[in-house]
Design a protein around this ligand. Structure first.
Ligand SMILES: *Cc1c(COP(=O)(O)O)cnc(C)c1O
Ligand SMILES: [Zn+2]
Length: 415
């Protein structure tokens, strides 16, 4: 094994713990734990052009920088998570008056969302520590990702999801063969229940903002943004501005961690500016950011973007810092703007679920308000496929006409 995993450090009190000393959050204050790598050893061993033993078209290309052992699973969907495409939709860039716009589309992941990154790494960690059953509470995508990644290697998964999750996500959970428990309550209630059950049954818990390895999976998107975009920016370019949709705050924290790892290795030319975007109906982290504070006050979440509908964000402090420490900010958008963003992205061939389109809605607002200028290079993270929530997609567009099977009817509609 490479000398990669040095220790954990609590994001609140700064206490450090050995890799096998703790499993989830800080025993002292419940703070999220950061995984600290042995940066000096890694620096001595690798360079930015030579750190990959596995030049795979997946997140496993970064195995030397991820604190797990190779989980195997070659030839399965576990090895296909990550390494998603970045598109350059010229028409959207022109419309927004931006010189450079990238959209990183996470829908080609094996279960069609960003969450495969975290679940792949947690499944690898579970194998390494000999955990037989892995459990997650999820609004849908994290559960589908865990169920799919576990199924890929024949491991057992238990998923707690709110019964109101979109049907496509529930179908994925069941088809992947997980033990599915639909909770008659909110995501937050499912979250707390899953932790009680984890303690009662001795399972391994993947929960977002609880298990420190989820951010280690999500940081691979930061590595990819570096490899696909940042390294190719011309010298003297302004820093890349990255738009990320935020619910629990673990994606934004994870991507920030990826950039911080690269910075600690001395491989990042310039820290990107990170902008978090939340729905008006679920804006606990943005509210805290705007108050200049770190203490997260829960809200009563109500948004059609189910994947970012969260009362009490579980990774809020690190999520606030991701924007604050990079010169970024938080933006709040209404559900109507999220629906409009689904339609805009659709017109350039990208089908996004509501939470995913939220990042683009944030970019539209940022351009309007002058938060980004035309010469800011911009990347929008579109975190999941529109096929996940077809009902919301249909709210974003006009219904198609139903016609008699005659040419006359076609002519009438087209006229
Ligand atoms: C989970 C999720 C998010 C938000 O991630 P957090 O870590 O909860 O902030 C955004 N988009 C999609 C599609 C998701 O599944
Ligand atoms: Zn602590």
């Amino acid at each position: 094994m490479t000398p990669k995993f040095s220790h954990y450090q609590c994001s609140l009190c700064g206490a450090t713990y050995g890799p096998d000393e703790v499993t989830y959050t800080c025993p002292k204050d419940g703070g999220n734990l950061n995984v600290i790598l042995d940066y000096d050893a890694l620096k001595a061993k690798f360079s930015p052009d030579k750190f990959m033993d596995l030049p795979e078209a997946s997140l496993w290309r970064y195995l030397n920088l991820i604190p797990v052992e190779d989980p195997g699973g070659l030839g399965t969907p576990l090895r296909r998570a990550g390494w998603t495409p970045v598109y350059q939709p010229r028409r959207l860039a022109e419309k927004l008056g931006l010189q450079q716009l990238w959209i990183k589309d996470e829908s080609p992941n094996p279960t069609a969302s960003f969450k495969d990154r975290a679940s792949a790494i947690v499944v690898a960690r579970a194998r390494q520590i000999g955990a037989e059953v892995t459990v997650a509470a999820s609004t849908g995508n994290a559960g589908a990702a865990l169920a799919g990644m576990a199924a890929a290697v024949g491991a057992k998964a238990v998923i707690f999801a709110p019964r109101t999750a979109p049907p496509a996500k529930i179908a994925q959970l069941i088809v992947f063969g997980a033990q599915v428990l639909l909770v008659d309550g909110t995501y937050d209630q499912a979250f707390d229940l899953s932790i009680e059950a984890t303690e009662a049954f001795g399972w391994y818990n993947r929960n977002t903002g609880f298990n420190p390895f989820t951010a280690e999976g999500k940081k691979t998107a930061g590595f990819e943004i570096w490899e696909q975009v940042i390294r190719n920016l011309p010298k003297g370019s302004k820093p890349l501005t990255v738009f990320i949709p935020v619910g629990d705050g673990n994606i934004i924290s994870g991507v920030h961690k990826g950039f911080k790892d690269l910075q600690a290795l001395g491989w990042l030319p310039q820290m990107p500016r990170i902008i978090g975007v939340q729905s008006e109906g679920s804006a606990a982290i943005a509210n805290t950011f705007n108050q200049g504070d770190e203490k997260i006050q829960p809200v009563s979440a109500n948004t059609l973007a189910d994947s970012i509908s969260v009362d009490l964000p579980r990774d809020g402090v690190r999520a606030v810092r991701a924007a604050r420490e990079t010169g970024g900010t938080y933006l709040i958008v209404p559900d109507q703007a999220i629906l409009a963003a689904i339609a805009e992205l659709g017109r350039v061939g990208i089908f996004a679920e509501p939470a995913a389109a939220t990042a683009y809605a944030g970019l539209v607002k940022a351009v309007d308000e002058g938060v980004v200028a035309s010469d800011d290079p911009v990347l929008v993270l579109s975190t999941g496929s529109g096929l996940k929530d077809v009902k919301a997609a249909m709210q974003a567009v006009q219904e198609a006409p139903i016609i008699e099977p005659t040419l006359a009817a076609v002519k009438e509609v087209l006229s």
